[in-house]
Write a new protein. Structure first.
Lengths: 274, 681
């Protein structure tokens, strides 16, 4: 195993209070023998700075405990690397009967490059905690953990997955919005009515990993460039080879791979907490 | 003590041979310091780590062959780049290393540029010449440019690319916001191409504001603009009650009646909500204006102001005059002159005036203003720079009201004042300042905006792109933006087009909005008769769109004027509209076209020709296409749609000339017969 001295997420942050911890340790050793009052003074000076440095956001004290933690919304979102998810992540803490618990502590954790605002909070009157999440700087899947403690102080954890798009996938998403989505996405919005229901042969939504993961990149490129008939599929899928460049098609494929569910093999590593 | 030292000295340097030996040893040891430092250096540690990792992989041989030990460097004198990052980031160019979970060995993600041509620090910032992690990534006393956080990385694209790019949505949004939120009214932003950023919003003139609204509304608006309209771009100046009272007093006292404005109600506002809602819908007001519905969702466009509580704001006589002809009050408005008749104005004004919120002005009680209050209000209006955005009679637009932002992306950190607890980096400073400007100093004039966190990130990205590198870039590297043209159609038709605000939605010759189709070549595209009918009664071509062309109630002379102009002037040099006939194609050709339409090219996926069988919703309905488009246009569209409308979603199918001709024959034979039959049944 290689020990990585540098982790990308520590860029720009000062080393957390090591000197302070060390000096307080030395001080406590001396304390036993000689200078009790001095230690008391030192401790009062150092204690606040230590706690401030080890956890920048104080953890609130829970007033209640739940039995389960569930996702209300905000999972399976797509954002660009390093940027905020379009919607906040909302989780709910329930008791044994499934009723929402107010005042339970929820803590979020993920790979160090992911940031939560706030990283921990007590559930509100409807039993929910809402946090704005920024994904890390590398494209791929990010596993977020939301956890709470039950009455016996056992940790109850919920895993949520989010997707970060790099440059190529972002370009692919742009092309998807422009050319593909109106047929391939069955969901309609106020602004844009889906054409999915109007088609005799239904196209595959890009999240449909079960089907699309079986197609190789070369096959996907062939269908996009030469149309459905290239792989004996419906002619309703037109040929885009004269409209999109080769790199456009590659970008689309990388987007399709990024959003597929279950994840495709070529989607890359999953970033989770250590 | 002294004896011990003497004996040691004797032992080491007692005779010349001993002295020579010892001095040589010391010399050798000191010579070894540099190689030892080199041997234990960080980059060597990573290179060893890389080789250890590579050893167990299936493609170990290839990777080992590609590996080059020692300090690596990308040197680009033209860009001032000396980047040694590849000394530790060894696998950047190895396509197979995308699955390495941790840095520094992962493959660089796919980007459109080559690392050898652009280096690393052009995009990522940081100190390229450094050979330790801390010096390369973090800021030090001597070097204050740390690595750019991933969320702002698109700002680096913006150093060279001055226009929008499909792969940089955040940068594009940030630049749009800078212009649209009116930042450029107060801040000078000189762009690297030598032009100055222009604000694209158009805050209303306040010179006749008393015609339009009441002092009470102005007071409530100044106190909290978003309470009136949550989508408003007017920021909150956090005024005290007294300041808002005095400023509203000044604005009303300073307002002069618009010459020729009749202060009488021309038609009694009707109280028929159903008729009002129907006229509001038919006129497609919602294409530009939003109204918050009962569920709290905004319904409608964001070109014009939100109308949820417009009844609290406008005076009935002003609203009616505005609906009659908005250009009387504001000659530059993007609102079309609808040519409504009196009953229509009564219906629509009654409908809009009923849109009120009883809470909005309930607690606003203002006494008559004293001259002192008005004078104080005037001073405040000047101090807060209201005239930077709004035209206000008697107050000059201030020059350089706020700091220039042209080089903000290179501002030295030492010149910034940070808040306690804030990370000392430029992006954090910019984002913090946009988020809550007044926390930096209570005396600051910059008001509070209501940006979402994502909008703040976008704005920061766009501002970081305005830096020294973007301003000193070799001209060969700069990719210019397409400048917005100031095209204006000439003559009577041109005046008519301004009056109807065609450019609020349509784009012609690079000028105008993007809500509706580009009309630059409309004259080559459509048949005259169809256009005349369309102006009189605009039907919809695309059933799935909610934004539509409104009916302007034009008279015949106006319709003819516009049609003649469009048919004559807006022609593409690429095709001759009369080169192909509108009828007379052989039955065989039409039949072949039909087969191609439903078979090989399966056009029915997106288009409807036969309303009984076809369902496609994406492209325009083609039931009447034979009486709408010219044959020459259809033919060229079949051959290469992007040559006529760049960016259209219609794919270029690479058709042969014969296929394109057959499809043209089939489509030109669609003159609406099927639809008429259907309506007869």
């Amino acid at each position: 195993m290689i020990r990585y001295r540098y982790m990308p997420t520590h860029v720009g942050t000062a080393a957390p209070g090591r000197p302070a911890e060390r000096s307080s340790a030395i001080a406590s050793r001396r304390a036993r023998s000689v200078f009790l009052p001095v230690v008391a003074v030192l401790a009062t000076i150092l204690a606040p700075s230590c706690s401030q440095q080890s956890a920048s956001v104080p953890v609130p004290k829970p007033t209640a405990f739940g039995a389960a933690i569930v996702e209300s919304s905000g999972g399976k979102q797509i954002a660009q690397t390093g940027s905020l998810l379009p919607q906040p992540v909302v989780v709910q803490v329930n008791d044994e009967q499934g009723t929402a618990v107010a005042g339970a502590l929820v803590e979020f954790a993920a790979a160090p490059s992911v940031t939560f605002d706030p990283p921990n909070a007590l559930t509100d009157s409807s039993g929910q905690v809402t946090s704005n999440v920024s994904l890390g700087g590398m494209a791929g899947r990010y596993q977020l953990s939301a956890s709470t403690f039950d009455k016996s102080h056992k940790k109850v954890e919920l895993m949520i997955e989010e997707i970060a798009l790099g440059y190529q996938q972002t370009l692919g998403r742009h092309l998807n919005d422009q050319y593909c989505e109106r047929c391939h996405n069955p969901e309609s919005t106020v602004e844009r009515v889906s054409n999915y229901d109007n088609l005799e042969v239904k196209p595959h939504p890009f999240a449909e990993g079960d089907t699309l993961n079986k197609l190789s990149d070369a096959d996907l490129a062939a269908i996009i460039s030469h149309g459905g008939p290239a792989l004996n599929k419906s002619a309703l899928m037109p040929a885009w080879g004269n409209t999109l460049s080769k790199s456009d098609v590659q970008a689309l494929i990388s987007y399709i791979r990024a959003v597929s569910d279950p994840p495709s093999r070529s989607a890359g590593p999953v970033y989770a907490k250590h | 003590m002294k004896e011990q030292f003497t004996s040691l000295w004797q032992r080491l340097f007692g005779d010349s041979v001993r002295a020579f030996g010892v001095v040589s040893l010391i010399f050798l040891a000191s010579l070894a310091i540099a190689p030892a430092k080199n041997f234990f250096s960080e980059w060597r540690h990573y290179q060893h780590g890389y080789l250890r990792m590579v050893r167990n992989r299936s493609d170990a041989n290839t990777l080992q062959r590609h590996f080059q030990g020692g300090i690596q460097q990308i040197w680009l004198p033209e860009l001032g780049v000396v980047d040694r990052c590849t000394s530790c980031h060894v696998g950047l160019k190895e396509a197979s290393l995308t699955d390495v979970p941790t840095q520094p060995f992962r493959t660089h993600p796919v980007i459109p540029h080559k690392l050898d041509q652009f280096g690393c620090t052009v995009c990522h910032r940081g100190q390229g010449a450094a050979t330790t992690v801390a010096e390369a990534h973090n800021s030090t006393l001597a070097w204050e440019q740390p690595i750019l956080p991933a969320k702002y990385i698109e700002s680096s694209c913006g150093e060279c690319h001055r226009g929008p790019l499909p792969g940089t949505p955040q940068l594009n949004q940030g630049r749009n916001l800078l212009a649209r939120q009116g930042c450029a009214h107060c801040h000078t932003v000189k762009l690297p191409d030598g032009t100055t950023m222009k604000a694209t919003d158009d805050p209303p003139s306040l010179s006749h504001v008393a015609d339009k609204t009441t002092r009470e509304w102005i007071y409530a608006w100044l106190k909290d603009p978003q309470a009136y309209a949550s989508t408003s771009t007017m920021p909150n100046f956090k005024l005290t009650d007294d300041d808002a009272r005095d400023m509203s007093a000044f604005l009303i006292a300073n307002s002069t009646p618009l010459p020729g404005d009749t202060a009488t109600l021309s038609a009694r506002p009707s109280s028929d909500p159903a008729a009002g809602a129907s006229l509001y819908g038919e006129s497609f007001c919602a294409s530009c204006h939003a109204v918050q519905n009962a569920a709290g969702n905004m319904v409608g466009g964001d070109v014009g102001p939100e109308l949820t509580r417009v009844g609290n704001k406008v005076k009935p006589e002003w609203l009616q005059a505005w609906l009659r002809n908005p250009r009387n009050y504001d000659p530059r408005t993007g609102m079309p002159h609808y040519r409504f008749n009196d009953p229509q104005i009564a219906t629509l004004s009654g409908f809009l005036l009923a849109k009120t919120d009883s809470d909005l002005l309930a607690n606003v009680h203002l006494e008559a203003a004293t001259p002192e209050q008005i004078a104080h209000g005037k001073r405040l209006v000047s101090d807060y720079g209201c005239a930077s955005c709004h035209e206000i009679a008697g107050i000059k637009k201030p020059e350089n009201f706020a700091p220039e932002l042209s080089h903000l992306g290179s501002k030295p950190v030492t010149q910034l004042i940070f808040l306690p607890g804030m990370p000392h980096t430029l992006p954090d400073y910019i984002a913090g300042k946009i988020k809550q400007p007044r926390t930096f100093s209570p005396g600051l004039k910059m008001p509070q905006y209501t940006f979402t966190p994502a909008q703040i990130d976008s704005l920061t990205t766009a501002l970081l792109a305005l830096n020294d590198r973007s301003n000193t870039l070799p001209p060969s590297l700069a990719v210019a933006a397409t400048p917005e043209s100031d095209y204006q159609p000439a003559g009577k038709a041109g005046k008519l087009m301004t009056d109807l605000a065609c450019f609020s939605c349509h784009r012609i010759n690079g000028h105008g909005g993007d809500m509706a189709p580009d009309l630059t070549w409309e004259g080559s595209s459509v048949q005259r008769e169809w256009l005349v009918q369309f102006f009189k009664n605009p039907g919809t071509l695309r059933p799935s769109l909610i934004r539509r062309m409104p009916r302007f109630n034009l008279n015949d002379a106006e319709v003819n004027e516009l049609t003649d102009y469009i048919m004559t002037v807006y022609q593409t040099p690429a095709i001759d509209r009369d080169s192909m006939p509108l009828s007379g194609y052989s039955q065989g050709q039409v039949e072949l076209g039909k087969q191609l339409f439903y078979g090989k090219y399966s056009c029915q996926g997106c288009h409807i020709v036969d309303t009984k069988t076809d369902k496609g919703y994406i492209g325009p309905t083609l039931t009447h296409v034979g009486s709408r488009l010219t044959a020459a246009w259809i033919y060229q569209w079949m051959k290469n749609p992007q040559s006529l409308r760049p960016g259209t979603a219609e794919p270029n199918r690479g058709m042969s000339d014969d296929e394109a001709r057959a499809l043209t024959a089939f489509l030109i034979s669609q003159k609406g017969g099927a639809r008429q039959e259907a309506s007869k049944k």
